[in-house]
Design a protein around this ligand. Sequence first.
Ligand code: URA
Length: 218
Amino acid sequence: MHIIEEKTLSELVTEIRHPLMQHKLSLMRSKDTPTDNFRRLLREISQMLAYEVTRDLPLENVEIETPIAKIAAPTIAGKKLCVISVLRAGNGILDGMLDLLPNARVGHIGLYRDPATLEPVEYYFKVPEDIADRLVIVVDPMLATGNSAAAAITRLKMRGAVSIKFVCLLAAPEGIKVMNAAHPDVPIITASVDERLNEHGYIVPGLGDAGDRLFGTK
Ligand code: URA
């Protein structure tokens, strides 16, 4: 049973073990890292996550002329992108994503966790009309219970999204299981799969409340 569970987790999840990513993530985890550094580090890590989530975009050759010769040069073929930020902490990843993917369209989904039930409640939904034709990259730094991520993706599928990837900074095994059960077609790209959730639904060891740390609200 344990082996099957581990296999299922690893098939769905890409954990990026790159030393730069791990180093920056450790700085973010420290409770002594101030808001300005936290924000900058998340932006930098998000650029690396953007690199990873677009790894298998198809290429096509386009003829160009360098100052020296004509070549068939590889360029990204057709596939249009859309980044969906799960408010509010998703905006911290969005900025770094757009640094690398400036032509991507952007959508926002507002969900908050009911503190008693930990269930997601939707308060905002605005996405590009043509998401059915795009690779949809959903971003939220913390995959904790997985309820918000799964609910956001269900809504996007209802609006026609078919090709979806989920990008987060930290993932709890509990959240991965929920996502795996609800959306086994959605790969997860993360900087770290952490140990577990605590009784308040926070990721352990985690980094605390990503939104508060990003926006300095506490
Ligand atoms: N959301 C956060 O911001 N942090 C957690 O640890 C879990 C959910």
